[in-house]
Design a protein around this ligand. Structure first.
Ligand code: ZN
Length: 443
């Protein structure tokens, strides 16, 4: 039987001449702002060292790590990571000791798309680390290949900051932990935020952080990862919900005319238009989210549905160019190739629809039938569901004059209504057997 050992990370031994051969001379100063280091390491097949660790960045701390594997390797083999927290022993003892984090299996993070590498989820340790162990657990790998290690140091939140108190009552706008609190001391996001009308609430999980109660530090790590490693302008999600029920305001709306729930995010495989991303902090493939986190999700989505008169049981066309339908409440996996938001959260989405729906006039009984004819506006486009092809579409102005006419041949129609000027119009579809579907349009 082939022996799969721990891959010895040799990088630390090939540093430039100023590298320290020991930890005693490690620079103890810590940066006050976030720092990202990229290091390439070689991994060789069949190295059967059973146990080993190596410094990956002498003189440098890190508290979060991600890996960029050549495309496809993570599909063929399973790896695990442990982070080593090193510390000096008291004066009367000698040297250093280290505490090893729990072993975590690496998984590709489908939130970042790249043709050349698969980036893993971010692994956060709530202490300062200087080395890690990368271990191959199963599968086949090439004889040798390079992995890029992404090491982040995200400074902890200054202790002097008073933590906002969250108060909640169902269906009201939930109180949020604002960016001004959790982002303190980190670089500002890149400016240029835009708004999008959000009628899909997409639920995610962060794929890491179970059992870690340093929720604000986790949010800071995700923000740093999204902005400084993924190269996004800001954190991808509109909201993040911690296991203690705290709701963090995510992507910064930046401008007074943009709101937290309609700022265009980066979380749905480049189809972010019309979506609001909510991330449940933790990995929910096998573990269930906490009840208090779920009740915060019910409240956040209940408030959103009520405010925008959205039916949580509805499915609307999503403007991804493929004419695909997406639920008003959906999981990330409903629109992208991912396991997010984890099996356990995904299985709870029906209860989210029921609970959040209690804030709306909609109920399970009023669930929109899949066969019901519907018209949905998506910018300058109009989508028609369950309407027979060949149906005539007519648009009248406020004075009853016919201004547009077309036979519906596909599910979506682009109507040049902007040419007509700002006014009130009426869209009329003759569905046959005397049924008419009308919709008022305000331009
Ligand atoms: Zn996701």
């Amino acid at each position: 039987m082939k022996k799969l050992g721990i891959l010895y990370i040799l990088f630390g031994f090939f540093l430039a001449s100023d590298a320290c051969p020991c930890f005693d001379c490690v620079d103890e100063t810590k940066p006050t702002t976030a720092r990202v280091l990229y290091k390439k390491i070689w991994i060789y097949k069949n190295i059967s060292i059973q146990k080993g660790w190596a410094r990956i960045a002498p003189r440098k701390y890190f508290n979060s790590v991600s890996f960029r594997f050549p495309k496809g390797i993570l599909n063929e083999a399973t790896f695990a990571i442990q982070l080593n927290h090193h510390y000096f022993l008291p004066d009367d003892e000698w040297g250093m000791a280290h505490v090893r984090s729990e072993r975590k299996v690496l998984a590709a993070d489908e939130h970042l798309e790249s043709n050349s590498f698969d980036q893993t989820d971010l692994y956060y340790a709530n202490n300062d680390c200087r080395s890690f162990i990368l271990e191959q657990l199963s599968g086949n790998i090439p004889d040798s290949f390079q992995v890029e290690v992404v090491l982040l140091y995200v400074p902890p939140l200054p202790k002097s900051l008073a933590r906002p108190i969250a108060s909640r009552s169902s269906c009201d706008s939930p109180s949020l932990i604002p960016q001004s609190f959790w982002r303190e001391g980190l670089p500002n996001p890149i400016k240029g935020r835009t708004a999008t009308t959000t009628h899909h609430c997409v639920v995610h999980h962060s794929a890491d952080g179970n059992g870690d109660t340093a929720y604000t530090e986790l949010v800071r790590a995700y923000y740093t990862f999204h902005t400084q490693v993924n190269g996004w302008d800001d954190i991808g999600y509109n909201y993040l919900i911690a296991a203690n029920g705290d709701i963090y305001a995510g992507r910064d709306p930046e401008k007074p005319e943009i709101r937290q729930d309609n700022v265009l995010g980066a979380h749905f495989c480049s189809k972010n238009n019309n979506t609001m991303g909510v991330c449940m902090i933790g990995n929910f493939m096998t573990e269930k989210p906490s009840e208090v986190a779920m009740s915060s999700l019910f409240q956040l989505l209940g408030w959103k549905l009520k405010k925008d008169n959205l039916n949580p049981f509805s499915t609307l066309l999503h403007p991804d160019g493929n004419g695909n339908a997406l639920g008003v409440i959906a999981g990330h996996r409903d629109g992208c190739n991912t396991s997010c938001p984890g099996d356990k959260v995904y299985a709870l989405l029906d209860s989210v629809r029921v609970e959040a729906g209690k804030c709306t006039p909609f109920s399970t009984i009023q669930k929109t039938k899949e066969t019901e004819p519907t018209i949905v506006q998506m910018g300058n486009q109009w989508a028609f569901k369950n309407i027979p092809t060949g149906t005539q579409l007519r648009v009248f102005d406020a004075l009853g004059r016919l201004v547009f006419m077309q036979i519906i041949q596909s599910e979506t129609i682009e109507m040049p209504l902007v040419m007509l000027g700002n006014n009130c119009y009426f869209m009329v579809l003759d569905l046959g057997d005397g049924r008419k579907l009308t919709k008022q349009i305000l331009l």
